[in-house]
Design a binder for this molecule. Structure first.
Ligand SMILES: *[C@@H]1O[C@H](CO)[C@@H](O)[C@H](O)[C@H]1NC(C)=O
Length: 397
């Protein structure tokens, strides 16, 4: 009964074997076997590498998240702009202003050839508003400015509730800024003379500056700019006092080491990293205004581990124009990043590749290569035999 079933099962064999006695092993066949084995190994490895890589799927949504903050990370070097001159301002369409530098931004003085000046560590730059900023300000410059609390020096008419006393040159500048006055003539202000403000400017005139750090802004359109002079609001217009340095020309050659809006996700591209812009135009006054128009694309990245990263990508176009810093001309020399948010959001999701697809691929490789190799071998064998027969016939006749 059992042997009957087994003998019937034989009929289903799709691979009937030929008798060993009729098989011939040839050198050609051996070569083709080795070759096809190598091909199978190579194809298998590439299939394996593909299987082990993660699949990233991209989807597009309308961005419905709201009320979030966005981090702007930057690392800029100015080859010909001393740190003393530069201020960083951020403002957006909601009317929110972050005038002059913040606690999360570091300035590093650079020599003319771009080497950091190491005598001082990069200092966090304080907002400097209010007289309480005074206690934390290191007074290394000159003993003349070591200030006792009961001393209250004049602000030259710029006293305000925020700054009732001006004990340092910086505070006079700040008081002027709050009043909306231009700080034109440091030589007439005793605090500045005591501190050697003009000498400080002269010392640094050939230096460069590296500014790096991050600022947090609302997720609305706005701009962040790096420009000379202290900035202030005057009749609701944003103004920089360019005259305070006694310098008329600015060379805004710069290198963007890094610029990103939020954290990095694996494989992110930074279109501006490593970009250097040399100012070729030599203007009698002012300098060039470099504008980078940036479209920020909100991005969500889902990792395999289930971790979720909310960040942003961006695309950029750039434009430069002359800013002569004289009446009748608009614009301000400096580097401006004007950003705008895209309403579309990109979602990137990591997926593992399917194991069954991998198995199918491997079977196709092994089977396919063997079949093709078998056909090739058959062709070679038969044509060789036919040729030999013809040669034998030719000899016989
Ligand atoms: C500005 O500085 C850069 C870098 O040092 C220099 O190559 C360029 O010629 C300068 N431009 C002008 C107009 O002086």
């Amino acid at each position: 009964m059992a042997s009957g079933f087994v003998s019937r099962l034989k009929q289903f064999d799709a691979y009937p074997k030929t008798l060993e006695d009729f098989r011939v092993k040839t050198y050609g066949g051996a070569t083709i076997t080795l070759l096809s084995g190598a091909i199978i190994v190579i194809l298998f490895l590439s299939e394996l590498a593909y299987f082990l890589s993660t699949d990233i799927r991209e989807e597009l949504y309308v961005d419905t998240s709201r009320g979030e903050k966005m981090k702007i990370n930057f690392d800029l070097s100015f080859q010909r702009m001393p740190c003393l001159y530069l201020s960083i301002d951020a403002m957006d369409v909601s009317g929110e202003h972050q005038l002059d530098v913040l606690h999360s931004v570091f300035k590093q003085r650079l020599t003319t050839d771009g080497q950091p000046i190491t005598e001082e560590k990069p200092q966090p730059v304080e907002m400097g508003t209010g007289p309480e900023g005074n206690e934390t300000t290191p007074t290394e410059t000159a003993p003349a400015v070591v200030v006792k609390d009961d001393v209250c020096k004049s602000c030259y008419g710029a006293e305000s509730p925020e700054i009732p006393c001006c004990n340092t040159c910086e505070q006079v500048r700040e008081a002027y800024r709050i009043k909306g006055w231009a700080f034109n003539n440091p030589t007439g202000i005793s605090q500045c003379i005591n501190e050697g403000w003009t000498d400080k400017i002269k010392d640094q005139v050939n230096e460069g500056c590296n500014i790096r750090g991050y600022i947090e802004v609302s997720k609305v359109a706005g701009n962040i700019h790096f420009a000379p002079g202290k900035s202030f609001q005057q009749h609701s217009v944003h103004v920089h006092d360019l005259q305070s340095f006694g310098v008329k020309k600015f060379n805004f050659t710069h290198t963007i080491g890094h610029l990103s809006f939020g954290e990095d996700y694996p494989g992110q591209l930074h279109p501006l990293n490593g970009y250097t812009q040399v100012q070729q135009v030599d203007l009698p006054t002012g300098g060039l205004m470099y504008q980078y128009f940036i479209k920020v694309v909100p991005t969500i990245y889902h990792k395999l581990s289930g971790e979720l990263l909310r960040t942003n990508q961006f695309s950029v176009t750039k434009h430069s124009k002359e800013a002569r810093a004289v009446a009748g001309h608009s614009g301000l020399p400096g580097v401006f990043f004007m950003y705008d948010l895209s309403p579309m959001m990109v979602q990137l999701t990591e997926h593992r590749r399917s194991f069954t697809h991998f198995l199918t691929g491997v079977c196709a490789i092994v089977g396919g290569v063997f079949t093709v190799a078998g056909m090739l071998d058959g062709m070679l064998y038969h044509s060789a035999r036919a040729l030999r027969k013809k040669i034998d016939l030719g000899k016989a006749s």
